[in-house]
Structures are given as C-alpha cells and as structure tokens.
Design a protein around this ligand. Structure first.
Ligand code: ACO
Length: 443
C-alpha cells in the first residue's frame, strides 16, 4: 500500500527527510524546519505571498470546490439553502454547525431580534459623520465603537460571552448599516420593528418614510434574504482571514469584526460589484460589447465580475443571483444594464480567451444590477455584503478561538533588506537628500 508520506532529498547535504502527508494532500510547513544544512541553521521555510497555496486552519464551516463550482455551508449545498431556507436559519447553521429544530429556531430568532436596538450614543456618533461619509466607513467605525459598550466581550474564552456577542453583532449590524444609509440621505433614523423578518426589518429601517405601518415588498424581501444567504460565508477569503488574524491577538470580537469589515471595504473584495456597474455604464449599450471584449483580450481592460481565485467554473452563487435579478426586475422594472451584462456573458463564454483561462461570471457580475434596481446606491453594496457575512466571521472567529492548534497569527518573512549599517550624523551623510523622494520610494 502507498505510504502517506513525502520524501525530500536535500541536495545541499544529501540527507533525506520523510514528511507525513495528512488529509490526503497536506504537509505541515513546520516539518520543513527540520531540513537544515547545520545544527544552527534556521531550517527551510515556505514562501507563499498572499497565501495562494497555504492552509491557515482546519475548518468545518464552508466547503468550496472551485473546479466543479461547488459551495456548501456545513455540508449543505448553497443551491438548496438558497431555495428552501432563510438567512437567519442559515446564520444559525453557520454559527452552530447544525440546522435548528423549531424550538431552537424560535429561540434564535427571538435572541437576534432582542439585540437589534443600538445604544443611543452610537446614534450620536453616526450624527457626527459628514453628510457625504461613505456608509462602509461609518459601519467600520461604529462596529469598532461597540466594543466600548460591551467590555465583557473581551472574555473570548467564555462560551456564553461568545454566544451573546454573536447574537448582538448579527442583530445590530443591520441597524448600524441602515442608520449609515439614512445619514447619507439626511433622513431620520428608523428604529427596528421586530414583528418583521430579519430582512424585512432591515428594509423598513432603510426605506420607511411616513407610513404608519411599513410593509416591505415580499418579493424584494425574499430576494434580499437569498442574497444574504449567498454572502454568509466563503471560507478563508480576505475578510475572514482578517477576522481570524486580528482575533488571534485575543482582542474582543467587535474590534475583530471592525477589521474584517475594513477588509471587505476594499475594491478587490466587497467593492467588485460597484466596479461591474461602472464598467456596464461605461460600455453603455450591448452594441459596444464586442469592442469592449476586444480591449479586454488585448489586455487593456478587465472584464469585471469575471474570474475568481478559487472558482475555475461558473460561480454557483452567480447562477442564483441571475435568477433573483429577474424576480426583482418584475417588481422594480428592468435595469437596462442587464442587457449589457447578458451580452457580455454570452460573448465571453464562447470566446477562447475566457474559456481557456476558465473565466466565468462570479457572484458580483449580477449583484450590482440587482441592488441597483432595488434602489441601493453603489456605496451600500459592500455594506449589504457585510451584514450577512457577520455570521460567517463570527463562526470563523469562534472556530479559531476553540482550536488548540491556533496561536497568534504571525507569518515569517524573507528579509531582503540591508545588513548591519553604522549610523552617521546628519551633516556627514552624502548629498543629495533634499527631496524626500530622492531617498525612498516606499512611502
Ligand atoms: N478579465 C480579463 N482577464 C482576466 C480576468 C478578467 N476579469 N480575470 C483574470 N483574467 C486573466 C488574467 O489576465 C490572466 O491572464 P494571463 O494568464 O494571460 O496573464 C489569467 O486570466 C489569470 O488571472 P489572474 O489575475 O492570475 O487570476 P487571479 O486568481 O489572481 O485573480 C480575480 C482573480 C482578482 C478575481 C480576477 O479574476 C479579476 O480581477 N476579476 C475581476 C474583478 C472581480 O470580478 N473581482 C470579484 C471577485 S469575487 C469576490 O471577491 C466576491
């Protein structure tokens, strides 16, 4: 029978090392440290900028097979959850590992809704932002501020405390998000209405005007709920990695979620769907698509919303969003940008440039047009991502806290700078150093 090991020959010394291969294809990077040229040698280490081939943890939460286009939360296919479940149930599944029974679901829903209110002082912080502040910047700041209201959240090894902070965060983030939106519009904040669903209440806090009884449109409420399900977790992406990395310092989860939200703020992560809308507006009409594709193939442009680091197949979430977009359009009217999206997809999926590179639509290709049709400004797109991702971040964080193998995250580096130098007094240093950029291009 084949041995589950890897034999390495160090040609510098002629020595051989046998390293265990775990989990069907994983070696421990620390095993490389034994490969030395002498007793005082540090040993080998792996170099993996951006962690493209390094597992940072063992996780039971989300499974992705990028070649086959598979995404599962806790073993449940995303398609089934999107069709049959709702966001709060999926959040329970992600956080707790199992689907709830009726009693546990009712308790969970009640517990989340108990925490939808925010302290009035948080509202005052919100008022302090400029009228044109980006809602994602407001969200990052106010989530961070929550840590000052709940100092007991620092007890991260206490199970009950972790549970409480998880419920609070899942409950409060939509309220913070909606208040941030209302602030940018100069509208009064709308307090939570807990007889509505989780998503319905969010829509109420966003869009309620002077109605006595605001009722969200059920199609839009359902569409947003499905979009929340699709964005709840995505294994070790940039923001989950930020959550785990910052959380590994044992800081409270509000501070770590603020860091994860900041990671999501970036255009390469939560901001890609905005880039898709800007691209579609620039293309302007389906008849301009062939010319745009020509520019992409010539390397002058990128087809935003296409390609993915992990998916080398159609992103399963994109298929679901495409359908949801049409449900939304039945209520809101067609977003004219959809015709350009469809033409782009049609041409790209038949073109050898995209086929040979395995470039398919990712989740962002259709979310922007859908959110836009629902009346969301582009600045709200990453905020809409952060709300459901809070459950994923909390699950990733709790898994990290409980994992005895995890320590403070602290990568190594390959030092390529100067060796020891002697300090010289200012007047003895060679000219020219008058302009700062003559000295360094680093900052
Ligand atoms: N348009 C045109 N060409 C592309 C695209 C694209 N969107 N994406 C990748 N390629 C090409 C690259 O130029 C490269 O071609 P080459 O081999 O001739 O040099 C090849 O495909 C491989 O691309 P990489 O950049 O190496 O792929 P990587 O895994 O690093 O990047 C990424 C993935 C960042 C998502 C990339 O596909 C991209 O920029 N897409 C557009 C932005 C986008 O939609 N981002 C959202 C991702 S989903 C999310 O974050 C929720």
């Amino acid at each position: 029978m084949a041995k589950e090991t890897l034999t390495i020959t160090d040609n510098r010394t002629g020595k051989q090392y046998e390293i265990p291969v775990e989990e069907g294809g994983v070696i421990r990077a620390a095993a490389l440290r034994d490969i030395k040229t002498s007793a005082d040698d540090f040993g080998l280490m792996s170099y993996d900028p951006s962690f493209t081939n390094t597992a940072s943890c063992r996780s039971r939460i989300t499974y992705i097979d990028g070649d086959k286009g598979i995404l599962r939360y806790r073993g449940y296919p995303i398609e089934e959850l999107a069709e049959k479940s709702n966001y709060l149930e999926v959040a329970y599944l992600i956080v707790k590992g199992e689907l709830p029974d009726r009693g546990h679901y009712a308790a969970w829903e009640g517990n989340i809704k108990t925490h939808t209110m925010i302290h009035e002082n948080i509202k005052k912080f919100m008022e302090g932002f400029r009228y044109d502040a980006h809602p994602m910047g407001m969200l990052v700041s106010t989530i961070g501020a929550l840590s000052t209201f709940y100092p007991e959240a620092a007890q991260i090894t206490d199970l009950e405390s972790r549970r409480l902070q998880t419920r609070r965060l899942i409950g409060k983030v939509p309220t913070l998000a909606a208040f941030a939106y209302r602030h940018t519009r100069g509208l009064p904040y709308v307090y939570p209405q807990n007889d509505l669903s989780y998503t319905g209440n969010f829509l109420s806090m966003l869009f309620r005007m002077a109605e006595r009884d605001y009722q969200p449109n059920p199609v839009l409420e359902h569409a947003l709920d499905v979009l929340f399900i699709l964005h709840a977790d995505h294994e070790q992406n940039c923001s989950a990695n930020a959550m785990r990395s910052v959380g590994s310092s044992q800081v409270d989860p509000y501070s770590a979620v603020a860091a994860a939200t900041a990671a999501l703020y970036g255009p390469l992560h939560g901001g890609a769907n905005e880039a898709v809308i800007r691209m579609l507006v620039e293309i302007g009409s389906p008849k301009n698509v062939p010319g745009f594709i020509k520019d992409v193939k010539a390397g002058k442009r990128r087809l935003m919303g296409f390609g993915h680091r992990v998916y080398k197949n159609y992103d399963p979430r994109a298929k679901i969003v495409k359908k949801i977009a049409y449900d939304v359009f039945k209520v809101t009217g067609l977003n004219p940008l959809i015709d350009i999206s469809l033409e782009l997809e049609k041409i790209a999926l038949e073109d050898d440039y995209f086929v040979s590179r395995k470039l398919y639509p990712n989740v962002d290709f259709y979310t922007g047009v859908t959110y836009q049709a629902m009346g969301f400004p582009m600045t709200m797109f990453p905020v809409l991502f952060a709300i459901p991702r809070t459950s994923g971040w909390m699950a990733q964080w709790a898994e990290m806290v409980r994992d005895p193998e995890q320590k403070i995250a602290r990568p190594r580096q390959v030092y390529v700078g100067e060796q020891t130098r002697r300090w010289t007094p200012l007047e003895q240093r060679p000219e020219p150093t008058m302009r700062e950029d003559a000295v360094s291009d680093e900052i």
